[in-house]
Design a protein around this ligand. Structure first.
Ligand SMILES: Nc1ncnc2c1ncn2[C@@H]1O[C@H](COP(=O)(O)OP(=O)(O)OP(=O)(O)O)[C@@H](O)[C@H]1O
Ligand SMILES: [Mg+2]
Length: 285
């Protein structure tokens, strides 16, 4: 497992036990933004809803195997074959209804004994070294797929929305991260993204940041806030485009694209700092 975790050192799970908080939007936009910035990126859709294909625009295309390739790789160890260049430098492992079967298979195997939550990590480790960054979009409900994602990931991005129980999700995620530490000792929260927040709501923004610091520590709330822009999301999904590809239609798309650009810089900075720290520790050991 040590070798698997080493190979997966640039795998980021985008996760929250709460639904509709921006996991898929962040995965798609961040993946495409990083790819546009020159990084080789893999996005993996672990959600049976398969919503990533709506934003990245490959629903019902040849690429859209509804999670069949993922199911086969995780259950039988076949190599994953991501769809190449969904955008320049961005490959995708599609998800969808077959991931329900995957979840069931994993549950059944777990009842027969043995730790099955490392299977996804092992599958990804076959190919993760080919990418600068691997992003995992995860389902909202706790279960085998979400746990498998946390076992496979070095980092977790936790999106939150500004509602009264947004911090409950963060607290639960902190617990989920602690719970997988025995299998994945290197996992850490990369940062919390405040999602779909009105720019004027500075007080709510600050309160959530404070709550995040209390729960997860200093510096874990990303500065970036993904602004509320319903029309950008709606048009993006209908056209299969991320925010930066919408240009100025609607006009608010440029602002949302700028938010994701800013987020991608923050993500790279935190990863770099982590890797430098680790290298220093190793040099001292
Ligand atoms: N900037 C934005 N402003 C307003 N709404 C947005 C924005 N970006 C995305 N949305 C919409 O918010 C909703 C939730 O986003 P998204 O699907 O990314 O969340 P999720 O956490 O992946 O949801 P699920 O838990 O169902 O997988 C979607 O309908 C999406 O189109
Ligand atoms: Mg989603």
């Amino acid at each position: 497992m040590t070798e698997v975790l080493e190979r997966n050192r640039r795998v980021i799970a985008v996760a929250n036990v709460k639904g509709g908080v921006g996991k898929t939007s962040i995965t798609a936009n961040l993946a495409a933004e990083l790819a546009a910035g020159g990084y080789k990126v893999l996005a993996v859709d672990l959600d049976p809803q398969g919503n990533l294909r709506n934003i990245l625009g490959y629903r019902d295309s040849d690429i859209d195997d509804a999670g069949e390739g993922l199911l086969r790789s995780v259950t039988s160890g076949d190599e994953l074959h991501p769809a190449k260049n969904v955008r320049e430098r961005l490959d995708v492992v599609a998800g969808g209804i077959r991931s329900k079967d995957l979840q069931r298979e994993l549950q059944r195997a777990a009842m027969d004994g043995g730790d099955v939550t490392t299977k996804l990590a092992t599958s990804l480790a076959q190919i993760s070294h080919r990418y600068d960054i691997v992003l995992l979009d995860t389902p909202p409900s706790p279960g085998m797929l979400q746990t498998s994602a946390l076992v496979a990931a070095r980092y977790v991005i936790i999106p939150v929305e500004a509602d009264e129980d947004s911090l409950d999700g963060v607290e639960t995620m902190a617990g989920e991260i602690r719970a997988v530490r025995s299998r994945n000792p290197l996992i850490s929260p990369l940062g919390v993204v405040r999602f779909r927040m009105r720019q004027q709501a500075t007080r709510a923004q600050a309160e959530i940041a404070e709550g995040i610091t209390e729960l997860l520590g200093e510096g874990v709330a990303f500065d970036t806030i993904v602004r509320d822009a319903h029309s950008v999301a709606r048009i993006g999904k209908s056209q299969g485009k991320i925010a930066r590809e919408l240009g100025t239609n609607p006009p608010s798309a440029a602002g949302v694209a700028a938010d994701y650009h800013h987020l991608s810089r923050e993500v790279l900075t935190v990863i770099q700092a982590n890797e430098e720290q680790l290298a220093q520790k190793e040099a001292q050991a």
